[in-house]
Each structure stands twice: as structure tokens, then as C-alpha cells.
Design a protein around this ligand. Sequence first.
Ligand SMILES: *Cc1c(COP(=O)(O)O)cnc(C)c1O
Length: 464
Amino acid sequence: MKTIIEPFKIKTVEPIRFTTRTEREHILSEAGHNLFNVHADDVLIDLLTDSGTSAMSAKQWAGIMEGDESYAGSKSFYRFEKIVKEITGFKHIIPTHQGRAAEKIIFSILGGEGRIVPNNTHFDTTRANVEMSGATAEDLPVAEGAIPSLVADFKGNMDLAALETLIKEKGKENIPICMLTVTNNSNGGQPVSMENIRKTSELCRTNGIPFFLDACRFAENAYFIKLREPGYGTKSVREIANEMFSYADGCTMSGKKDGLVNIGGFLAVNDDDLAQQARNILVVTEGFPTYGGLAGHDMEAIAQGFEEVLDEHYLKYRIRSVSFLGEKLGALGVPIIQPPGGHAIYLDARASLPHIPPQEFPGQALACEIYLQGGIRSCEIGSVMFGKTDPASGAFLPAKLELVRLAIPRRVYTQSHIDYVAECIGEVFKKRDQLGGMRIVSEPPVLRHFTARFEPIKSKQYHP
Ligand SMILES: *Cc1c(COP(=O)(O)O)cnc(C)c1O
């Protein structure tokens, strides 16, 4: 059979609201040409993020009713703890309201001035929590991860030689923890191989450095290992996930991704002392150890989500539906990061719009035009998000890549929604020569991509 179908049927529907191009022009201009300022109700297909946007199953919603809201010793905590222990094998499971709360706890214990935390690529909240503790965050991705058009199996891997050099140069005593993000979200959602997880772990253990996974998308990563890594084709995804976690001393997790829930996360550790210190912080900042930052019903929903996310029919559909969009865009000639990652397609705006220089934000221009064309919301990941002004010379320092991310929420959109997205982007691509750049009208001092306001630069070619 060629067609891979959605492995679910639809029980509840949520209408989406159609707007005209004229309405969208007005909406976008009111929003200062920043899609974060657009009301979700004015969006037809929302690909801003895959975080917290999953559709929950009937069993998860039933779990919401079943949730035990006891302050201490909630039944829902023990169900959540049991399944997380079965999958990860970790000894202490500490519930938090999101992934970043788990990060905040672990780095307030292990971080601090003069310390260095390596990672294949830090997610932005991970980096912020490392830096807030006073420590330095080092990204050590493999070189092939930086070439958008290069097709390779595990472009999310850690550069092991660079890690070894870092340990030698900075001293193992200054590296309190090493992280590995699976899949590598900030690097195109590319997977990490089992071999790379094992070797990173060995290097850390030889040097006495605790090794943690940032496990937000562990199931998607495990499925890529099954598809691509020799020796794993006949193993179950659950066995593969077990093996991934077996090499680590703990993990941070956002349930908003592969937990298939709208809120929640946890910190897991093996070390008794570290667990005690983490729980001491937890009771002050999140809550009592058997609920942390969550309601009983949230823990029920995560427990059920963990059962469902390892279903191989689900993962086959999930990974295939993302690559399906990548293939459709590829067939239309639209440049994307290759190969498609686990949770998103990244459009290469620099390659699509070579006539727009980085200081005129080609990614922002592309994201805005995709919204105008079809009411589709995406996210610029380029010089708006990561570009800087050199404080000394005032020169513009562009981001490494100019990307537009189309993140696919889990179990939310059907194949025809995805067909529509590809069609709209194809239309935008046809008139790419006519697109002009953007200029910033106002911006806040930090994280400007969330609230900055823009206006289109009207070149003589610009006919929207
Ligand atoms: C989302 C995410 C986080 C943070 O999780 P939140 O639940 O959003 O706080 C950390 N790491 C990675 C790789 C993520 O994708």
C-alpha cells in the first residue's frame, strides 16, 4: 500500500476560520507584520509550533476526568511515574509544569560561574537557563548539520571530537553536565544516532561527567533510529527508546512535544543526592513532589500520551506526514533543509529570496507572504530571531541561516490541509522575485522576534 493513512478517526472537530486576502492584509498590517501578534482566530492553518498543540485522544480526555487531585500521593502521579520509569529506566521522576522548569532546577544545582555545559545544540530556553546560572552554553553540532541541502541520516549528532577537545581544554572538573538534544530541534529537527548517544555517554562516563538527554522528541528520534540505523530495523521503538535512555544519567522533558499533551514536563535522574536537591527546589518553585507543577489530570494525560506516542502506526504516520510536505515542496522546487526533520519543515529563505539581503529579513518577508497567500502561520528562524548589531561598530551581524519553520502539530491536520499548505507555498515561490524585504519599526531589548513591529520595504519591483 502506498498511502499511509492517519491512524485515528475524528471524534470532535474544531472549525477553522477563513479570511480573504484583503482581510489578511489589514490583519497583518495591524500586527506590525509580526505573526506572533496575529490572533490565532485569524489563522487558518497554524504551523507556528508543535509545542503544546497536539490533539489529545479520547483516552487522554477520559484521563482528565480520572485525574486524582490529591495534594500528596495522587493516584495519577503513581501512574505517570510508573510509565515514565518503564520507558526511561530512571530512578527519580520529578514532575514540572514544562520542560524549562526542569531545566531551571537542574542548572540551578549544576550550573554556576565558570562552568561549561556542552550540548549538540541548546534549545533557546535551555541556553537561557544555563546562562542564567552563570555558566556558559557550548553548541557542538556535527559539521554536516550546518549544510541545508546535504542529505544525511543523522545531522543532529554531537561532534564527538569537538566534545573531547572541549573536555581536555576546559577540564572535566568545569563541566558539571553534558546534554544531548533528541531530536535536535534548533538544528532542523534532525535525529541523533544511537551510536552517537552511546559514544557521547562513554566519553562523559570516562571523564566522570553526568550525561543527560533533552528528551522532548525521544519517540520521533527513536523511530528515525529504527528506520535508518543498521541493526535497529527489527527492534520495537519502545526497546530503542529504552536503550537511548539507558546511556544517560537523567533527562529533561517537555511533555508538550512527544508527551502529546498541552502542558507538562519532568526531570528524571538516577542519582539520589541530585534528586533530593532537585525536590528541595521543586517544593519552593513548582509544588509538592507528587504533583510538582501539574494538576493530577495533567499527569494522567501525559501517562496516556506516553503509551500512545510509542505506537508505531502513529510514528510511521507522524514522520511520513512531515516528509510528505517536504517532498511536495521539493517537487515544486522550493528549497528546504534536507532531509525533512521529525517535527517540522524548514524553508531556506536565503536560497528562495537571494535578492533580499539578511538585513532586510528574507525569512520574515517569506513568512508574511505565506500568511497573506493562504492564512498559514509559520515562524521566522533567521536574522529577526538571531541577528545582532555589533555594539562596537554598529554593523549588522546576520544569523547563520535564514529559515522559515513550518512546525506540524501532532494529530491535528489531515493530508488535505498539508496539500493546501504545499500549494500555497508553491504559489508564493512562483512570485518570489516580486517580494521585497522588511524593515524594523520598533523592537524590544530582548527576544525581539516575539514583539517587534515591521513594515515592508517597497522596492520598485514590489507588487504583492
Ligand atoms: C520545547 C523545548 C524545550 C522547553 O520545553 P517547554 O515545555 O517549552 O518549557 C526544551 N528543549 C527542547 C529541545 C524543546 O523543543
